[in-house]
Ligand binder design. Structure first.
Ligand SMILES: NC(=O)C1=CN([C@@H]2O[C@H](COP(=O)(O)OP(=O)(O)OC[C@H]3O[C@@H](n4cnc5c(N)ncnc54)[C@H](O)[C@@H]3O)[C@@H](O)[C@H]2O)C=CC1
Ligand SMILES: CC(=O)C(=O)O
Length: 374
């Protein structure tokens, strides 16, 4: 199969879909990989390194996008919609629940849209989201801590504090991969940490993992309101796979937070869990203030640490890319239930239920559509 790796064009997005190690693996399996010139530079990979790994360097985005499968990092931007064609396999983060226009384009152009973030193993985990959530969780804490400094607009505290001064309070809403990684760093610097989750099972696991170094609480409006009001840093880390994130922190709760507090809404890529984080920000201009509270809502946080993120992403996506390239989309997805769950659009239909619900569209089963293509 011919595989295209375009240069990412989103603001300050320095990741690329594949490190040279991934190209080498695909090339060895008999596939041709077309990497757009300069695509890897932001992650520290030169065209020469890709060529040594076996890639063909393309000079235009158009040529890169004309391959049978295109692998990206971020969802395509409107400037890229013209490259879509019927039957194109697009393998990338899509976040379609928050992207009505992109969903329409993928349907209209009959693109096979396979979303990294909905590839799901039978134990419920999301193997292609995990490394980026690990990065974003760790970044959420270090970014939040930075913005609590006075010159950055915060209230002027160190989360871990010093002897004789009360520790800063961090509330993490959603105790999955992002939440756990944020909490690890928060505990590490000595903050007072609470994790709120809806799953009693998950709360038990977190209690086993962290012991008495964190508080765990059930997710309900009363607990969230009380914890948020006392927090210096709130991290939004909830996920309902494929669906728009629920608005768990209301505007009234944000108004109760002291001036100079900070919110990092990591779940912004799925619409965000904070009612007042009503816009996506960029690495160039990452924050805005509402009711005196500093909001950070960058949808591509790992883009700021591209070297770690590109290698982490390549590690997990290449085994799935190999299956798609070796077997073709029909057989690969029939043989692998996790990959099947990644298909969000196929032949002009929406094949992920939560996406269909988000946009009030009809849902069709991917398996049945694939059978009709055999
Ligand atoms: N902004 C960015 O750059 C990035 C954003 N993300 C996003 O971060 C979010 C979290 O991702 P992961 O941690 O990987 O997901 P995850 O699936 O590992 O964890 C989500 C957690 O939310 C909990 N949850 C569900 N409903 C809840 C509710 N009503 N109240 C409290 N908790 C609830 C679940 O029980 C689960 O523990 C996702 O939206 C993901 O796309 C991930 C990476 C980068
Ligand atoms: C998960 C995602 O959207 C990102 O890493 O940018």
């Amino acid at each position: 199969m011919n595989i295209g790796i375009p240069r990412e064009i989103k603001n300050s997005e320095n990741r690329v879909a594949m490190a040279p190690s991934g190209v080498f693996t695909l090339k060895n399996a008999g596939h041709d990989v077309y990497v757009e010139t300069g695509a890897g530079l932001g992650s520290g990979f030169t065209d020469e390194q890709y060529e040594e790994a076996g890639a063909v360097i393309t000079s235009t985005a158009k040529e890169t996008w004309s391959q049978e499968m295109v692998m990206k990092v971020k969802e395509p931007l409107p400037e890229e919609y013209d490259y879509f064609y019927e039957g194109l396999i697009l393998f990338t983060y899509l976040h379609l629940a928050a992207e009505p226009e992109l969903t329409k384009e993928l349907i209209d152009k009959k693109v096979v849209g396979i979303a990294y973030e909905t590839v799901q193993l039978s134990n419920g985990t999301l193997p292609l989201l995990t490394p980026m959530s690990e990065v974003a969780g760790r970044m959420a804490l270090q970014t939040g801590a930075q913005f609590l400094e006075k010159p950055k607009g915060g209230k002027g505290i160190i989360l871990g504090s010093i002897p004789g001064v009360k520790r800063g309070k961090v509330t993490v809403i959603g105790g999955g991969v992002v939440g756990t990684n944020a909490a690890k760093l928060a505990v590490g610097i000595g903050a007072d940490v609470t994790i709120i989750d809806l799953s009693p099972e998950r709360l038990r696991q977190l209690d086993d993992l962290f012991g008495s170094s964190i508080n765990t609480m059930m997710s309900n409006p009363m607990n969230i309101g009380a914890e948020v009001a006392e927090s210096d840093l709130v991290i939004g880390a909830v996920l309902i796979p494929g669906a728009r994130a629920p608005k768990l922190v209301t505007e009234a709760m944000v108004k109760d937070m002291p001036e100079g507090s900070v919110i990092v809404d990591v779940a912004i890529d799925q619409g965000g869990v904070i009612e007042t984080s009503d816009r996506i920000t960029t690495h160039d201009d990452p924050t805005f203030i509402k009711h005196g509270v500093l909001h950070y809502s960058v949808a591509n946080m790992p883009g700021a640490v591209p070297r770690t993120s590109t290698i982490g992403l390549t590690n997990v996506t290449v085994p799935y890319a190999l299956q798609l390239a070796n077997k073709g989309v029909v057989k690969a997805c029939q043989d692998n239930e996790a990959l099947l769950k990644g298909i969000n659009t196929l032949d002009g239909y929406v094949t992920y239920e939560a996406v269909a619900q988000s946009h009030d569209l009809v849902f069709d089963e991917a398996r049945a559509l694939l059978e009709s293509k055999e």
